[in-house]
Design a protein around this ligand. Structure first.
Ligand SMILES: C=C(OP(=O)(O)O)C(=O)O
Length: 628
């Protein structure tokens, strides 16, 4: 996110005829010929747009006296209730507006509004705020601000917790942003302060603002606003996700923007390159017009892809599935063209819970997800707790031992934790088995290192099934397949033995990279050493893939690299056919694979497996992606 000082390609260099004419006329009239001014920020949402800027500014945040004590806590609680109700009405109104949006934006934004709606319900946030009013005697505004900030900080790695890195950091930032956003909304509603209006923005304008909240983004009408540029924010926050969903080209975190831009100035926004050009010269404008046309064509093509099968040009069929972290993502998955869920992370059931989720509650959630897949398989991973993932419910129940470990990622986590406390596993197995009446399911065990662990878990699985049958629950003759995550070097190296015990395998490249390279994925300190394309990791992927194929076991990849269109050809060349990824990656991966032949992928994999450095691997896959 650096800021480059102004340059003037519009004044120097080759100038097209149209540009020469315009400038000459301007000079004739004595108008100042403006040099274009280029700034850089986070490339947030693809696409190029040109338009007049429309500045949207909000009044200042209210002053809050954090030290003041409430004379009447009951009155503060009542004010809070009113502000919550008002906020709920606003979120509902935002939801009503969804009908006006294009299908895919509707879904992404709907998911976020659903999160907001839940936070405004009987949530941990609300409980915390009420407690601060009751116990500390705070004014409602101070209680809201303090509680929202405390929860946001906890997401980012509170006391005794490591700050998340990589993808986890981005997700944590988003969660933190959700708490802050709801906090700000409540505070404004407590003070009955107005919100910014987007109704009066001119059609075809580029919205320029210091900061855009996700709920503001939900108010943007993509048929009026052609691009968004902000001084604050970043490409992984919720606003960014929403702008991507709306298909509005966007560059966020453009330092120095507000000081440079003026209302009505022409601006070119390149959301793919992360650049904005204020008062562009004719060369820049001509290039931008080409970019606008290319972007429109690309969107149309991706939309058409959703309905096309995922197969190589040489005919081999692939399976592209989605990873799911929250049920709210379900509509996105349906839209993405994914054929089922390759990894349902069940940690969300535990993360904000004060008590352990019970069998009925879990069953209801799994049933909702499985039913939404309408016949496509849902792979449910039993809770992968410990390491960088913390749960208040498990800690309160005295079940999370991570605190005793100097090295939580190597301690009592994943399946180890579940086998030490089989009641958690029994409840979860029972809920999944009951929910399996709603459609095809697979059950997956995390963090496996030995065949013995799988056998132990399978015994529990069958015991739970017997108990359910005794209770009169109807289960089919064969239970849903029980498989494993291959995410430790031990699991990959012992692939043959493990594949004899497990009915399927899914390679978790996020953890596999961490354990293979001895690099904590949650530590910013060593983030530069974290390389999923390290040849050591690739060799383990190859080893376990070949082992699974020898044992006729289905194998997939569900780590982040499964959604990287540059890497998927290599994985195909290594023998993989099934990939589970974030829903939004499915169409792009599909586009790439449909143009590939298996023979090309195999040759790429052969070349990659000869080299010994990450840089060489990266150069080879980049050259392949560039068609070299
Ligand atoms: C998918 C994986 O699991 P998680 O990221 O949930 O730990 C992985 O480790 O690659």
């Amino acid at each position: 996110m650096k800021t480059t000082d102004g340059m003037s390609s519009g004044v120097s260099g080759a100038v097209p005829a149209e540009g020469r004419g315009r400038r000459a006329r301007a000079a004739d009239r004595g108008t100042r010929v403006l040099a274009e001014y280029r700034l850089e920020g986070d490339a947030t949402a693809h696409g190029v747009a040109i338009g007049p800027t429309a500045m949207a500014v909000e009044g200042p945040a209210p002053d809050i006296d954090e030290a003041a004590r409430a004379d009447d806590p009951a009155h503060e609680q009542a004010r809070l209730t009113e502000a919550i109700e008002r906020s709920i009405r606003q979120v509902e109104r935002l939801r009503d507006r969804l009908a006006l949006l294009p299908e895919d934006s509707k879904l992404e934004i709907g998911s976020l509004l659903e999160v907001y709606r839940r936070m405004l319900g009987p949530s941990r946030l609300q409980r915390g705020i009420r407690q601060r009013i009751a116990q500390d005697g705070l004014l409602a505004e101070a209680a809201v601000r303090q509680e929202a900030e405390a929860l946001a900080q906890a997401m980012l790695g509170g006391p005794g917790r490591p700050a998340p890195a990589g993808e986890d950091a981005a997700a944590a930032q988003r969660r933190a942003g959700e708490f802050r956003e709801i906090g700000r909304r409540l505070v404004r509603n407590l003070g009955q302060m107005p919100f910014r209006s987007f109704n009066a923005l001119p059609v075809g304008a580029v919205l320029v603002t210091e900061q855009l909240r996700p709920s503001d983004a939900a108010l943007i009408d993509p048929s009026r606003i052609v691009a968004v540029v902000t001084e604050e924010g970043g490409s992984t926050d919720h606003t960014a996700i929403m702008l991507r969903a709306l298909g509005i080209p966007a560059v966020l975190a453009v330092h120095g923007l507000m000081a440079r831009v003026r209302d009505g100035a022409t601006i070119v926004v390149d959301g793919s390159a992360g650049t904005v050009v204020i008062d562009p010269g004719e060369d820049t404008l001509a290039a931008a017009r080409r970019g606008v046309a290319d972007y429109a064509r690309e969107r149309q093509a991706l939309g058409r892809l959703r309905r096309l099968p995922a197969k190589l040009s040489s005919g081999e069929k692939l399976q592209l599935q989605a990873n799911l972290e929250l049920p709210a993502e379900l509509p996105l998955i349906a839209q993405s063209g994914a054929s089922g869920i390759g990894l349902l992370r069940t940690e969300f059931l535990f993360i904000n819970a004060q008590t352990m989720p019970d069998e009925d509650g879990q069953e209801a959630v799994y049933t909702e997800v499985i039913a939404a897949m309408a016949g496509d398989t849902t792979t449910i991973r039993v809770v992968d707790w410990g390491g960088e993932k913390q749960s208040e419910a498990l800690t309160r129940a005295g079940l999370a031992d991570a605190g005793d470990n100097l090295n939580p990622a190597l301690g009592v986590r994943g399946l180890r934790l579940l086998l030490r406390h089989p009641a958690i596993l029994e409840t979860q197995f029972a809920a999944i088995l009951r929910a399996s009446a709603a459609g095809p399911v697979r059950v997956m065990l995390p963090m496996v290192t030995s065949a013995h662990e799988i056998r132990e878990a399978r015994e529990i699985y069958h015991r739970v099934a017997r108990r359910l049958r005794r209770r009169g629950v109807k289960l089919g003759d064969t239970l849903p397949p029980l498989g494993i995550m291959a995410e430790t070097p031990a699991a990959a190296i012992m692939g043959d033995a493990l594949a004899q015990e497990a009915e399927f395998l899914a390679i978790g490249t996020n953890d596999l990279t961490m354990y293979t390279l001895a690099v904590d994925r949650a530590s910013a300190e060593v983030a530069s050493l974290y390389h999923p394309l390290h040849p050591a990791v690739l060799r383990l992927i190859q080893t376990v893939t070949e082992a699974a194929l020898r044992q006729y076991r289905p194998i997939s990849v569900c780590g982040e690299i499964a959604g990287d269109p540059r890497v998927v050809p290599l994985l195909i060349g290594l023998g993989l056919r099934s990939f589970s990824m974030t829903a939004s990656a499915v169409p792009r991966v599909k586009r790439v694979v449909r143009a590939l032949s298996f023979e090309d992928c195999r040759r790429l994999a052969h070349r990659v497996m000869q080299v010994s450095g990450v840089d060489e691997v990266t150069a080879l896959i980049d050259a392949f992606a560039a068609g070299e």
